[in-house]
Ligand binder design. Structure first.
Ligand code: PLI
Length: 459
């Protein structure tokens, strides 16, 4: 019998989309026109696009077949039923409110649960999640473990909530000021770092004893489940789907951006167990998204997401997905490039502080590094540092986050190992000439979520 020594993608490629390399001079011009913000580059000017894993994945033939089965009735589409069945089977939640994408679900959850002056503890902020909490009158409080702030710490569960920090928030403010905990699986801003099952369990027990709800951000929950299988005692032999179910059983609901784990280009949902909360959510979704049986999605898109949810928990799929990220991370580590360890589930994060120690954080080192990588090779990455952190909602001062990172995010089922090699070579070449990289100043700043549209100039 053939004994397999390494993993390979559990698919072959049926459709291809050409990509183009450009010249360095042309890319320098593109960068200037884009205000040194990789979000403002045109896709056609990008060679390998590692901006985000959000909505950029490749759907399977089974999902595309599902697109032809769209029931585009305004009300009661059969694809909605399939979506509810998939969420019940895989995640185990009773009720599903479809939304156009993750932030639509965050909006509804925040509006229905948060009152003026409330506090929402969570394991590191996510940009849209925190903003929706603030717009609803709340304030986010970070209770993630300290290990998450150390890019060199090898701690296997850097996404964990520090229960002492959480207890202190409750003791100081009272449980009645805390409508829910915002608990993200495989924490994006920490470097794609997982939460342990033990931590999910302890947080849920603690919150239940106080009547505080636990709401997951289950956007990358399957990647978290894969790490639990790899790293936590007692889970090595369990199927991914069973681990996913167990995590969800330790929560009261979840917001999900379907554009990541669920393998679709658009879509999301809010999942709940409580019938009263579900009823409230159905009243809000009709105002902001659409009728409660489509919530901003076409029937065909709900079908693709229902099928994607089932595909996402296949072991060979998730192993190859995380395996590709590990492959890229190892290449960079071997070349001596400073990255966040352990390597995350959806992306490799370059540590811009150690990469560019000559640049103060006020000079936006991560933004400058993302621009330098694009100039070198046309590989597009994203800043996850002081620009993403934005300003304090009260003092309006720049928040100086401990992590100043550049994210190389891998779309699912899109690029090959050779693309990883080329991307790693580019980052290594930029690292060799890092002393040449100069800082940036912000010349245009939008009021909210500034990283999307801010513009910069070279100093
Ligand atoms: O982009 P949305 O609205 O479908 O989802 C918002 C969202 C919520 N939670 C988490 C953890 C996210 O990562 C997230 C979106 N992330 C993006 C767009 C990213 O590039 O990481």
């Amino acid at each position: 019998m053939f004994t397999r020594r390494s993993w390979a993608e559990p698919f072959k490629i049926k459709v291809v989309e050409p990509i183009q390399m450009t010249t360095r001079g042309y890319r320098e011009q593109c960068l200037e026109e884009a205000g040194y913000n990789t979000f403002l580059l045109r896709s056609r000017d990008v060679y390998i696009d590692l901006l985000t894993d959000s909505g950029t994945g490749a759907m399977s033939d089974n999902q595309w077949a599902g697109m032809m089965m769209g029931d585009e009735a305004y009300a009661g589409s059969r694809n909605f039923d399939h979506l509810v069945e998939a969420v019940r089977d895989i995640y185990g939640y009773r009720y599903v409110v479809p939304t156009h994408q993750g932030r639509g679900a965050e909006h509804i959850l925040s509006q229905m649960m948060i009152e003026d002056g409330d506090l929402i503890p969570g394991n590191m902020y996510f940009t849209t999640t925190k903003l929706h909490q603030e717009l609803a009158g709340g304030a986010f409080i970070d209770v993630i473990t300290d290990q998450a702030f150390d890019p060199e710490s090898e701690y296997p569960f850097k996404g964990n909530i520090d229960l002492d920090k959480l207890r202190a928030v409750v003791d100081e403010n009272g449980a009645d000021r805390i409508p829910y905990i915002s608990f993200e699986a495989n924490v994006n801003m920490a470097g794609g770092q997982p939460v342990s099952m033990q931590n999910f369990r302890e947080v849920y027990r603690f919150c239940q004893s106080l009547g505080i709800k636990v709401m997951l951000d289950a956007t990358r929950l399957v990647e978290n489940a894969y790490f639990i299988k790899q790293r936590e005692d007692g889970y090595a032999d369990l199927p991914i789907a069973q681990i996913v179910r167990e995590i969800c059983s330790l929560s009261d609901g979840a917001t999900v951006s379907g554009k990541k784990d669920c393998l679709v280009n658009i879509g999301g949902f809010l999942a709940l167990n409580d019938p009263e909360l579900y009823e409230k959510a159905t009243h809000l979704v009709v105002i902001f998204e659409g009728l409660h049986t489509y919530g901003g999605m076409a029937g065909r898109d709900m079908e693709a997401m229902a099928r994607g949810i089932r595909e996402s928990v296949d072991y060979e799929h998730i192993r190859a997905r995380v395996g590709q990220v590990e492959y890229l991370g190892k290449k960079l580590l071997d070349a001596g490039v400073p990255i966040v360890v352990p390597v995350g589930g959806h992306a490799v994060y370059l540590d811009a502080r150690r990469f560019l120690p000559h640049l103060d954080q006020e000079l936006f080192p991560a933004q400058a590094l993302a621009a330098a990588i694009y100039a070198d090779s046309g590989v597009r990455t994203m800043e996850r540092g002081m620009v993403s952190a934005g300003r304090d909602p009260v003092t309006r001062k720049n928040i100086r986050p401990p992590l100043e990172l550049v994210r190389m995010t891998l779309p699912r089922r899109v690029y090959t190992q050779a693309h990883m090699d080329v991307s790693a070579e580019s980052v290594t070449a930029v690292y060799d000439e890092r002393n040449m990289i100069t800082g940036l100043k912000m010349v245009y700043e939008p009021q909210n979520l500034r990283f999307f549209q801010a513009r910069f100039a070279r100093i």
